[in-house]
Design a protein around this ligand. Structure first.
Ligand SMILES: CSC[C@H]1O[C@@H](n2cnc3c(O)ncnc32)[C@H](O)[C@@H]1O
Ligand SMILES: [Zn+2]
Length: 442
């Protein structure tokens, strides 16, 4: 007989079902997730946990599925204050005639602080634990995410034109370098470089962005091949597709996240594959702005890493990543003409481990494995609209919406308990959002 050792830890989560994402396609039952500090100490059958672990608190989630926190890889968080402001328009009319004028008028540090808090409340409430942002005043967004305890990639914007955040590329790059210097060693914040799009950033600033990425190790995220119009205009003007231009400028690499990519020919596939660049699929924004369809299954078949994002709430119009997953799975099947395209498990992987890979953080987040950071969520499957449960992965993607998310932890810290946010004062937030509504309406 061997003497039993009992390990003390902080928290034990008893999960009826557990989808670790790694290994792929697995659903475990009656598992205990043991948390210690910011990390997952162990995942073991509950009977084994009874023998081996004593924790300060135990949470019984007997009707829940536990999985890694979702990663929303593309958005403009503060634009949640513009939700529903300009609907039913194509991309360039939406941007030129509505969004950019509104941004020029209303976006300020306070706008970004309040809009980011609104977006974080929605994302946390619906299962996102890590998000990526590309917006003005990124220093404000970084601070707000850090104060709330959300993990976030914060891409500073880079464009040729002056905006509320700066006079032009030189100033954006200077402020961006400061942002990277300030945050690059932080546990929660990953500062990155956000050239807006090939049609708004010329070669000089793009070259400088590549240099900055090489010097600092920061990732680059940009809108790319969002519409057929974008590609056709570029070819008309220069004879070159935007992705090929990005490849020539050195923008594409294993640290690059290409957002949208609705237009993909054989040469684009080759560039993406050769450079190991990642694709961020935003199906609802693409549908709403009638931008086009990203051929997700084709990319996966070529071993290109595909992740998912909501884009901003002004073109979606929500930040619910579970809803986005359902749309992604449905659209992928229609585009591929194959009902087997983007299965439920593959969709869940896209919103977790694939996102972590694109951020260069798959050693730390994106799956539930002992030793990784404790970024995880629980979804309550007891509601009639989620009954009966044959396969929890199926329900998460095809039947669920984010409001069934009941609990979340980021870095081991509880963010959502029984559907209530622990770190955001919702009544105060609603008051502030209504002040913005009045100001924007007037
Ligand atoms: C440089 S900050 C980000 C900039 O991007 C605008 N934006 C929001 N959604 C989209 C989109 O789908 N395509 C292109 N640009 C977009 C946002 O309003 C900001 O001005
Ligand atoms: Zn966007």
């Amino acid at each position: 007989m061997t003497a039993e050792t009992i390990t003390a830890a902080d928290t034990r989560i008893n999960a009826r079902w557990l989808i670790p994402v790694e290994p792929f396609g697995v659903v475990l039952e009656h598992q205990a997730v043991i948390l210690q500090g910011s990390r997952i100490l162990a995942i073991v059958p509950q009977a084994e946990a009874d023998q081996s672990y004593r924790t300060r608190e135990t949470l019984d989630l007997n009707q829940h599925v536990v999985l890694p926190g979702l990663i929303n890889l593309h958005g403009h968080t503060a634009m949640s204050l513009f939700r529903g402001l300009a609907d039913d328009l194509p991309l360039m009319t939406w941007l030129n005639d509505h969004i950019w004028p509104a941004e020029g008028k209303f976006v300020s540090e306070q706008f970004v602080a309040d809009g980011t808090r609104l977006a974080m409340a929605e994302m946390l409430r619906t299962g996102t634990t890590t998000f990526s942002d590309m917006y003005f005043f990124p220093e404000v967004t970084a601070q707000a995410a850090h104060d709330t305890g959300m993990r976030a990639q914060i891409c500073f914007p880079l464009m040729d034109m002056p905006t509320v955040w700066g006079s032009g590329p030189e100033e954006y790059l200077r402020k961006g370098a400061d942002l990277i210097e300030q945050w690059q060693r932080d546990d929660y914040i990953m500062p990155a470089i956000g050239p807006h799009a090939p049609y708004t950033v010329s070669d000089g600033p793009l070259g400088a962005a590549v240099e900055l990425a090489q010097q600092t190790g920061a990732a680059i995220q940009l809108h790319l091949h969002e519409t057929a119009f974008e590609v056709a205009e570029a070819v008309k003007a220069s004879g070159q597709r935007p992705l090929a231009r990005m490849a020539d400028l050195g923008v594409l690499g294993a640290n690059t996240q290409c957002v949208h990519m609705t237009q993909i020919d054989e040469s684009d596939l080759a560039h993406l594959k050769m450079t190991s660049a990642h694709v961020v699929h935003c199906p609802e924004s693409n549908l709403k702005l009638a931008s086009g369809f990203c051929p997700v299954q084709k990319l996966l078949d070529h071993d290109i890493n595909v992740t998912i994002g909501t884009d901003g709430a002004a073109s979606n119009n929500d930040l619910d990543l579970f809803g986005e997953l359902k749309t992604a799975a449905m659209v992928a099947k229609a585009v591929a003409g194959d009902a087997a395209a983007l299965s439920a498990h593959k969709a869940l992987e896209m919103a977790t481990l694939s996102g972590a890979r694109a951020l260069g953080r798959d050693q730390d987040i994106g799956s539930l494995v002992a030793g990784k950071l404790a970024d995880l969520i629980a979804v309550d499957l007891s509601d009639p609209y989620l009954q009966p449960v044959y396969d929890p992965a199926s329900h998460l993607v095809y039947s669920n919406h984010g409001r069934a998310v009941s609990h979340s932890w980021i870095h081991g810290v509880p963010q959502l308990q029984d559907g209530r946010l622990t770190r955001i004062d919702v009544p105060d937030l609603v008051l502030r959002v209504n002040e913005w509504r009045k100001q924007i309406l007037s």
